[in-house]
Ligand binder design. Structure first.
Ligand code: ATP
Ligand code: LTN
Length: 331
């Protein structure tokens, strides 16, 4: 039986956080045998906020090395850079014509990013979800593993697919989201009401996958907790709940098990244990990423092969789309 298709991507727009790891990349590894996987580096999405060109280029390769260091296997998955497969931009253009401005204006991420980058509310920022729909639909994707913050974009991708299929006949497969509960939303260490984000201005708010052991432990020590001293997950204790969630995700246990492990202990001891647990998971990933980055020839070969594979799959869908909408393609 043919494997179902799985698609996901991360933007090379900053240092990845432990949220990116638990909400995205780690799940990819667990799914790579069961599905035919496409994992992209979404550099076209990244330029919707201003990027320094040299840095964008460097981060692209670093992200590839990180995917592999986290356990994503290029022999089993298609790893590629979005801009190397031109069909993404081409399909996005077509999908733009069946997407309404009002729908895009309502997107939470657009509203957030417009507020944060008021000096640069560009068309790409608004169009971000359409490009993401194009990513997903090009590969006839069945499942999309993402963090909970991407659910709205996934819904729009489904709406756009249904709209196209309705108007032009069955063309796109309907993608489903795949959102894991544990670790699906890791909050900022400084403000548990916000998600942990790679672009937070406060460096203590996010733990980066590149942070060394001391930095990780220090950031957890400084994490905001709540009044009272009990280590339990509850709505009144968003800070402690977030730390329990992180601990569970990195120690490989449930939140209830984590609560039991820390029952009766103090915040200080708890935070240290969370920091150590996270640092233990990050160390081997960092070492492997470093090793891979010293072998550019290998990384370039992975990208070349990935782009070729992605191109073939994408071309098939785009050609079907062009046929359906009446774009002349010779005979
Ligand atoms: P930015 O801060 O630049 O918007 P980001 O940190 O939100 O970036 P993205 O590149 O937008 O990262 O997201 C990559 C993947 O990581 C997505 O699947 C997203 O859902 C997931 N993700 C991002 N932040 C978190 C988080 N705090 N908890 C869980 N998953 C997350
Ligand atoms: N917008 C996503 C990154 C992304 C993506 C995708 C995720 C771009 N294209 C396609 C899943 C499927 C984000 O996580 N910020």
């Amino acid at each position: 039986m043919e494997k179902k298709v799985l698609y996901s991507a991360v933007q090379p727009s900053g240092n990845l956080t432990i949220g990116n790891y638990t909400g995205a990349i780690r799940n990819w590894v667990a799914l790579q045998d069961e599905y035919e996987c496409f994992y992209a580096i979404a550099n076209m999405h990244a330029i919707t906020v201003r990027q320094e060109p040299a840095e964008l280029r460097r981060r692209t390769v670093e992200l590839l090395a990180l995917y592999i260091a986290c356990g994503v296997d290029p022999a089993r998955c298609t790893l590629y850079v979005q801009s190397q497969v031109p069909q993404h931009a081409e399909l996005a253009w077509v999908l733009n014509t069946i997407t309404y401005v009002g729908e895009m204006e309502r997107m939470t991420q657009f509203k957030d990013k417009s507020a944060r980058h008021a000096e640069n509310i560009n068309m790409g920022l608004m169009d971000y979800p359409v490009l993401m729909a194009a990513d997903i639909l090009l590969y006839q994707t069945d499942v999309v593993p993402v963090g909970i913050d991407q659910r709205q974009h996934l819904e729009i991708a489904r709406d756009i697919a249904a709209r196209f299929n309705n108007r032009y006949g069955e063309t796109f497969r309907m993608p489903e989201g795949y959102i894991l509960k544990a670790g699906a939303k890791i909050a900022s260490l400084q403000d548990p009401a916000k998600k942990m984000s790679k672009s937070d201005e406060n460096p203590n708010a996010s733990v980066f996958l590149s942070d060394d052991r001391d930095t990780v432990i220090r950031k957890f020590k400084r994490a905001v907790t709540d009044s009272g001293s009990e280590i339990v997950a509850s709505e009144e204790k968003p800070g402690v709940s977030n730390l329990l969630n992180i601990y569970a995700a990195f120690a490989g246990c449930t939140v209830e098990e984590a609560e039991r492990a820390f029952a009766g202990k103090g915040y200080g001891e708890f935070k240290l244990a969370v920091g150590e647990t996270v640092a233990d998971v990050l160390a081997p990933i960092q070492a492997e990423q470093k090793r891979l980055l010293s072998d550019k020839a290998y990384l370039n070969a992975v990208l070349k092969e990935g782009a070729e594979r992605a191109f073939k799959a994408a071309r098939r869908t785009l050609s079907k789309v062009y046929r359906k909408i009446g774009f002349y393609q010779g005979d």
